[in-house]
Ligand binder design. Structure first.
Ligand SMILES: NC(=O)c1ccc[n+]([C@@H]2O[C@H](COP(=O)([O-])OP(=O)(O)OC[C@H]3O[C@@H](n4cnc5c(N)ncnc54)[C@H](O)[C@@H]3O)[C@@H](O)[C@H]2O)c1
Ligand SMILES: [Zn+2]
Length: 356
């Protein structure tokens, strides 16, 4: 088992390893203390039949009273409606401020549960048990929680750190190859931002079916996220580095009507952004070729079917834009990204350079 300690507004551990789920109760008891009595396990309709029994038995063995809230799997459930159903459920089951939530699932479950934990009774503890690679390497750490609004993704939420993150790598066995790739894209992104060794490791071992590879990838990616979040928990500076590939990635997701998944879009976005950075003279070395080589080894489709003008339009409707300038994440060398401001008026030119 690997252990990483995150020190943000709250200090907590990320435990990664095989066989953790059946022992989750003991770890959760240790993290939450003796006073916590009732736990609501929040999970979706795909994950519930796979893993909720093991988790709940383990919680009960550790003396918790466990209740379960199951919602329909999918991004559409990351909504105010599901949040409201969940909050009402917690109230009906009479959870108190000394009780807690456990998110068992992917990023949708983690974001929704975290926001419910942040708002129920003005805040109760919660634990993340990520079951997608994306949730393990990205969304379960760092305390960003929330739901989507009609007006856009992640527009309502809170910063609320978990008390523990427990990643049982055995849960990767039931994940589709496409979902594994979505997580891998974020791990490769972490390497591109700050860890050249991780990039070399991935290049040598692009095997997501190997639990040792999963453990190594997630450990290094979480370590990078730890460093960035500790420096800038509320996302006003360095945390923006985690957005490498995301300006274009979000634009591609949007242009595709969200038929291209987030990780797949970020993979293409990273390639476009690094090619453009090189053409603009902002990189010390060519980061595009080595990055594309890794992504191709995993089987990511890297062709972008959208024009610079379509992508620019989509990118400019993003909520993260401030005024007439835009902050881009630029690879200056392999494993080393920096923030760079670009006037909005030059975005199309930048994207064109990246597509060429
Ligand atoms: N909070 C953050 O910092 C942060 C960061 C990145 C992404 N996110 C959010 O994460 C979400 C995407 O996360 P996701 O891709 O994990 O989505 P998800 O939670 O919808 O999971 C994807 C699919 O996999 C299924 N699933 C989950 N675990 C499984 C398993 N072990 N075996 C089989 N199927 C399984 C789910 O039921 C779902 O159908 C988005 O809403 C995104 O906004 C948040
Ligand atoms: Zn992402």
């Amino acid at each position: 088992m690997e252990k990483i300690t995150i020190t943000a507004s709250k200090t907590y551990e990320v435990l990664t390893g095989s066989g953790l789920l059946p022992r989750a109760g003991a770890y959760i008891r240790q993290a939450l203390g003796e006073k916590v009595r009732k736990i609501c396990v929040v999970t979706d309709s795909n994950v519930a039949p796979l893993y909720s029994d093991a988790l709940i038995s383990s919680l009960e063995e550790s003396g918790f009273v466990a209740v379960k809230f199951v919602f329909a799997a999918g991004e559409a459930s990351k909504s105010l409606r599901t949040l409201s159903d969940l909050l009402e459920f917690l109230a009906q089951r009479q959870l108190t401020r000394s009780d807690a939530l456990v998110a068992l699932g992917g990023g949708v479950t983690g974001d929704l549960t975290g926001f419910a934990a942040a708002s129920y009774l003005r805040g109760i503890p919660f634990v993340q048990v990520p079951t997608t690679l994306l949730a393990a390497v990205d969304s379960s750490v760092g305390g960003k929680t929330g739901v989507n609004l009609e007006a856009g993704k992640n527009l309502a939420g809170a910063f609320w750190q978990p008390s523990l993150v427990l990643f049982d790598t055995d849960t990767m066995a039931t994940l589709s190859q496409d979902l594994l790739l979505d997580g891998a894209a974020e791990a490769i992104k972490a390497g591109a931002i700050a860890d050249k060794e991780l990039l070399s490791y991935i290049r040598e071992k692009p095997d997501l079916k190997d639990p040792a590879v999963i453990t190594h990838l997630s450990g290094r990616a979480i370590e990078i996220k730890r460093r960035v979040v500790q420096e800038d928990e509320r996302d006003i500076g360095a945390r923006q580095l985690l957005n490498f590939g995301h300006t274009l990635g979000h634009a591609i997701e949007k242009c595709s009507g969200f038929s291209v998944s987030h990780g797949h879009a970020v993979a293409i976005g990273m390639v476009i952004e690094s090619r453009a950075a090189l053409q603009f003279g902002w990189s010390r070395e060519d980061c595009t070729a080595p990055l594309s080589e890794i992504l191709k080894k995993f089987g990511f489709p890297l062709d972008c079917p959208y024009s610079a003008s379509q992508l620019t339009q989509a990118a400019l409707s993003d909520k993260k834009r401030q005024g007439d300038r835009l902050t881009l994440v630029i690879p200056v060398a392999q494993g080393d990204c920096q923030l760079k401001e670009l006037p909005v008026s030059r975005l199309e030119e930048f994207i064109k350079a990246g597509l060429s």
